[in-house]
Design a binder for this molecule. Structure first.
Ligand code: KG4
Ligand code: ZN
Length: 462
């Protein structure tokens, strides 16, 4: 029995005034629905982000303090038609003009993944075009090379095709080899990434978190302070208001704590491995919040939210510096510093471990001047292709963290390593990164994945 290909609604085939003639092919439609963001993007063959629409479900999950899988799937179903329509119309591309369709196949919430994957496969089948099921982390790994259109924000796409004076810039060339740092709510890991030109295409996990991910740690500390989910962005803004010297943050005095006290958070290690660990830091932060409360500080989440909107200079002039809220701000400043120090520690130790195992490789990656005598760190997973760091790509939601961005730029300058920070528009989950990963595979000669490709809640990369 043969099945007739379904016909697509005529309005989707006849969007007026398409600018796609000027664009390079293939035009790729990307879909991302692995967690609580419904996203759709259109890229051209040079990786230009013609549109990137992300619809957040935060409001639907707010009262639960986290993402509820069943609600997430239903929200994806509800949001998808509008998100897709907006992405196509902002790109000025008709659905019939799409050449390649890509959707995230895992890891993530299965119900959520299934929505994006199913619509992606259906569109590809309807158009008779190739379909790529993309690993979510592959999307993040290559996202630092995407160039946002000037007006692209995480939730708003570039100007519509008619309003767009010039085409957005193409994506930057992806280096043949680089180290990828992914820091998000679900992952904190270092990868070694090789493109086919550099030999066999491979993504090797060098080290990952043993317990909490960095973003998860920020979220849980934020939750203990009563801040709305996800706590990461507001914890970052509050920490920006604090004053610490190398992670040592003095607390304001209290009747029950008249002796001045300074907070400090240690950098967690996992023995001699390079693995990350954020649960110890999270626990210490929560214990410190409890201690503040015992000392008579009264943390007020509403007031913290208000203060998080202030500039540091405005806070310095207000009397908030003597308040309980400033104690929480100081705590968060020291906490964030420790969280960031752990990333720099792992990068330093990875760099040294590879430099030690490759004495003949001087180049810009010679032994670190910081502490060459330290013992070599052990990699949790032996990479197929151990490589020195020449270029570092940084991606994931936590890559928006201000202190982390500053520390990575400084580290790159100090170590003479090129650091590619993902643009703020593409830190969080988005579909441009999914389309981009598929485009790379297409350019490498891949013809796509079978329509039987299934959603996977757990999926190793590489
Ligand atoms: O990549 P993403 O959007 O989703 C996952 O794949 O996890 O990352 C979301 C995570 C959340 O934990 C959120 O709190 C965290 O990224 N995040 C931040 C910041 N912005 C987002 N964490 C720290 N500082 C930020 N500025
Ligand atoms: Zn993600």
């Amino acid at each position: 029995m043969t099945t007739a290909r379904p016909t697509l609604p005529s309005d989707e085939l006849s969007l007026e005034a398409s600018s796609s003639n000027a664009l390079s092919r293939p035009l790729v439609l990307g879909i991302e629905s692995s967690c609580d963001d419904t996203a759709c993007a259109v890229l051209d063959g040079e990786g230009r982000v013609l549109s990137s629409v992300v619809s957040s479900q935060l409001a639907a999950h707010l009262e639960y303090g986290g993402v509820v899988p069943e609600i997430a799937s239903r929200e994806h179903l509800r949001n998808w038609p509008a998100v897709r329509a907006q992405a196509l119309s902002l790109a000025g591309v008709a659905l019939a003009e799409i050449d390649v369709v890509a959707a995230t196949r895992g890891p993530g919430l299965v119900g959520s993944l299934l929505v994006g994957l199913s619509v992606g496969k259906a569109i590809a089948y309807g158009l008779g075009k190739p379909f790529f099921g993309v690993h979510h982390l592959e999307g993040h790994l290559y996202s630092p090379f995407l160039v946002p259109a000037p007006s692209t924000s995480p939730s708003a796409a570039p100007a519509s095709a008619s309003a767009r004076a010039a085409l957005p810039d193409p994506a930057h060339a992806v280096p043949e080899r680089f180290i990828g740092l992914v820091v998000s709510g679900g992952h904190t890991a270092l990868y070694s990434v090789l493109s086919p030109k550099a030999g066999a295409s491979a993504v090797d996990t060098l080290c990952e978190t043993r317990d909490d991910a960095m973003g998860e740690c920020f979220d849980k500390v934020g939750k203990r302070l009563g801040l709305p989910f996800p706590g990461g962005p507001v914890v970052d803004r509050l920490a920006e208001l604090g004053e610490h010297k190398r992670g040592h943050a003095p607390l304001p005095a209290r009747p029950k704590a008249p002796e001045p006290r300074t907070l400090f958070f240690r950098t967690s290690r996992c023995g001699d491995t390079l693995d990350f660990s954020y649960s110890g830091l999270k626990t210490q932060a929560i214990v410190e919040v409890e201690r503040l409360e015992r000392e008579g500080f009264v943390v007020d989440p509403g007031e913290l939210m208000r203060l998080s909107g202030l500039e540091p200079s405005a806070l310095a002039q207000s009397d908030a510096r003597a308040s309980s809220q400033f104690a929480a701000i100081q705590l968060l400043a020291a906490f964030r510093d420790a969280a960031v120090r752990q990333v720099i520690d792992r990068l330093d130790r990875y760099r040294r471990s590879v430099a030690c195992s490759r004495p003949a490789d001087p180049g810009p990656t010679g032994p670190s001047p910081t502490d060459p005598s330290r013992p070599k760190a052990r990699l949790a997973h032996a990479p197929r292709t151990p490589q020195p760091i020449r270029e570092l790509g940084v991606s994931g939601g936590v890559a928006a963290n201000r202190a982390l961005r500053r520390a990575l730029v400084q580290w790159g300058e100090r170590e003479r390593i090129q650091v590619h920070l993902v643009a703020l528009a593409f830190c969080g989950d988005n579909a441009a990164m999914i389309a981009h990963a598929a485009l790379r595979r297409h350019h490498q000669g891949e013809t796509g994945d079978p329509l039987a490709t299934d959603a996977k809640s757990r999926l190793r990369v590489g």
